[in-house]
Design a protein around this ligand. Structure first.
Ligand code: PLP
Length: 393
């Protein structure tokens, strides 16, 4: 018998429960439409909020960075040194976020794995929203701190849990997603900061889905709530609205200095390559020059959401361009997604373990790359499939 027979069982179970991920092959850049599994489909599933993934300015900047710096950084920054373009990006991101300092990582995921274990240990407590992103959960696991989960966006529960546990803690760290990626709701950051200040806890927000989306020119959730200087640590990603790949942390100079000494993904994994770095700098430049794309993103999202609601779909309680179409059953969601694809609409179903069991959905990601005609096409096909499957009348 194969040593991996146990995996065959696992895979079979995933198929049976409708939880098996179908991963399509893409043969064109990300955009309003793209080529998936050989056919042109409407793209309602990428985090390319502003259309930067195929933006001429970013592509030009990436090519220029390759000409100047080559394709790879050679080794980790502590050994082979930091390419100057990385320092330029860090400076630019700190300015954009109105933060004292910034450090760039290979991904948002690794940014969380770097910062959480670097500042917490066995004697500390981490208060973490129950719906926080997997990379926050893994970062917490890598730190030896005890994790206290509080009810989603429930500041009263957070405060109660701090009161109950604070005497055991050397340090306390509160972590929340800024925008929750599966529902599109926003963390009550002003109230979280108030509670943190009351008890002297550090506050960290992961703004992966807020950058490029919330705040003035897409500066993110901290700017959105006018909390600059009041949130201690922000984690960001270059992989979503910025259209590239990579992650970063902004915060006090001393924290950034320490992460360069003790952040494990910084010390033991090669940093961001020149092309990505150059493209990310251009992304920030485009945002600094104009908020036109951010405005278009929001007007597209408002339009799509209103049309879907009018058609009778349950769009959950999103406050951002993330538009979940709540279906409940995982098999229904995956069948819905399959039929949409047959009609040239690519909108992925999302089920357990990414969302709780019984809360399967199709998540539509609206972008500034879409035009009104594209969104109308999407709504029309959703209505057709929704009627076929008895989701709407
Ligand atoms: C997507 C996401 C990440 C991971 O970012 P990558 O740059 O893709 O690794 C981290 N945190 C949150 C909240 C996210 O939504």
């Amino acid at each position: 018998m194969s040593k991996f027979a146990f995996l065959e069982e696992e895979i079979k179970a995933l198929h049976e429960q409708g939880l098996y991920n179908v991963i399509r092959t893409i043969e064109s850049p990300q955009g309003a439409w793209f080529v998936a599994d050989g056919k042109k489909v409407l793209n309602l599933c990428s985090n390319n909020y502003l259309g930067f993934a195929d933006h001429p300015r970013l592509k030009e900047a990436a090519k220029k960075a390759i000409d100047e710096y080559g394709v790879g950084p050679g080794a980790v920054r502590t050994i082979a040194g930091t390419q100057k373009i990385n320092l330029e990006l860090e400076k630019k991101l700190a300015e954009f976020k109105h933060a004292p300092a910034c450090i760039v990582f290979q991904a948002g995921f690794t940014a969380n794995l770097a910062v959480i274990p670097a500042i917490t240990g066995q004697e500390d407590l981490i208060f973490s929203d129950e719906l926080n992103h997997a990379s926050i959960i893994d970062g917490c696991r890598l730190s030896k701190a005890e994790v206290v989960r509080y009810a989603h966006n429930d500041v009263k529960d957070l405060r109660d849990k701090i009161v109950e546990n604070k005497d055991r803690a050397r340090r306390m760290l509160i972590i929340t997603d800024g925008v929750f990626s599966m529902d599109g709701d926003i963390a009550p950051l002003p109230q979280i900061v108030e509670v943190a200040d009351e008890f002297g806890a550090i506050v960290m927000v992961d703004d992966a889905h807020g950058e490029g989306v919330l705040g003035e020119s897409g500066r993110g959730i901290v700017n959105h709530f006018k909390l600059e200087g009041k949130v201690d640590i922000e984690v960001g990603t270059l992989s979503k609205a910025f259209g590239v790949a990579g992650g970063f942390v902004t915060g006090p100079e001393i924290l950034i200095e320490f992460l360069k000494q003790r952040g494990r993904p910084f010390l033991f994994s090669t940093g961001l390559p020149p092309a990505e770095t150059g493209a990310a700098i251009a992304a920030v430049d485009v945002l600094l020059e104009s908020d036109e794309l951010v405005k278009k993103l929001w007007s597209n999202a408002d339009y799509f959401k209103a049309e879907m609601k009018a058609a009778g779909f349950d769009t959950g309680h999103s406050e951002t361009p993330i538009t979940p179409i709540m279906l409940g059953d995982a098999k229904l969601a995956s069948e819905f997604s399959k039929r949409l694809f047959e009609k040239n609409v690519f909108a992925q179903s999302i089920s357990y373990p990414t969302v709780p069991r019984g809360k399967a959905r199709i998540r539509c990601m609206i972008s500034a790359a879409h035009e009104k005609d594209d969104l109308d096409y999407g709504v029309e096909k959703f209505v057709e499939v929704g009627k076929e499957l008895g989701v709407i009348k």
